[in-house]
Design a binder for this molecule. Sequence first.
Ligand SMILES: CC(C)(COP(=O)(O)OP(=O)(O)OC[C@H]1O[C@@H](n2cnc3c(N)ncnc32)[C@H](O)[C@@H]1OP(=O)(O)O)[C@@H](O)C(=O)NCCC(=O)NCCS
Length: 154
Amino acid sequence: MTTTMTNIRVVQSKDVDLILNTGIDGLADIEQWLSKRKLAFFLTENIYIAYLAFVDIKEEPIGVIMGGLEEEGRVWVEMLSVSSDYRRRGVGTALMDQLINTAEIVSARGLMVDIDHDNYGALKFYKRFGFKRVGHMNQYYYDSSKALIYFYEL
Ligand SMILES: CC(C)(COP(=O)(O)OP(=O)(O)OC[C@H]1O[C@@H](n2cnc3c(N)ncnc32)[C@H](O)[C@@H]1OP(=O)(O)O)[C@@H](O)C(=O)NCCC(=O)NCCS
């Protein structure tokens, strides 16, 4: 694996435009389920823990991870996306390591994620991390595909 040197920093509310307008695959989809105003609110109120990855000093994000802290004490991984040009270079792993560290700091019980049953790459990624399958939800996504639910216990 070629590793990419990345800078990772926490998302701030001023990054909302960057997050919504950036070219990271899948990222623009966020507007389908989250309005700009809500996203800014969640980020300012620290309901979401989110990080952006950059390559070197370029201000163009190449990856994002976002976890929502739930009342039950779990962090739900709402979003993880790495630009297709930078995949398989450890960027997703670096982002997930960062989210796991933060989840530990806030004493979360674990991390939960829903993954499209067809998303072979993501399933391999999460299983490699040690996430375990705990359930599924039929017709979960907008195209009616099935979600597999995975949990990582802290
Ligand atoms: C899933 C995703 C975030 C992984 O990011 P990444 O930066 O490529 O991940 P890493 O380089 O850290 O990969 C770590 C390991 O995960 C596994 N993995 C990651 N992507 C994989 C793929 N497409 N196929 C098979 N295994 C994969 C491999 O074991 C990899 O290690 P290796 O490259 O040494 O074999 C990225 O593919 C992506 O953005 N996909 C589209 C969005 C998405 O599906 N997000 C998840 C929604 S739940």
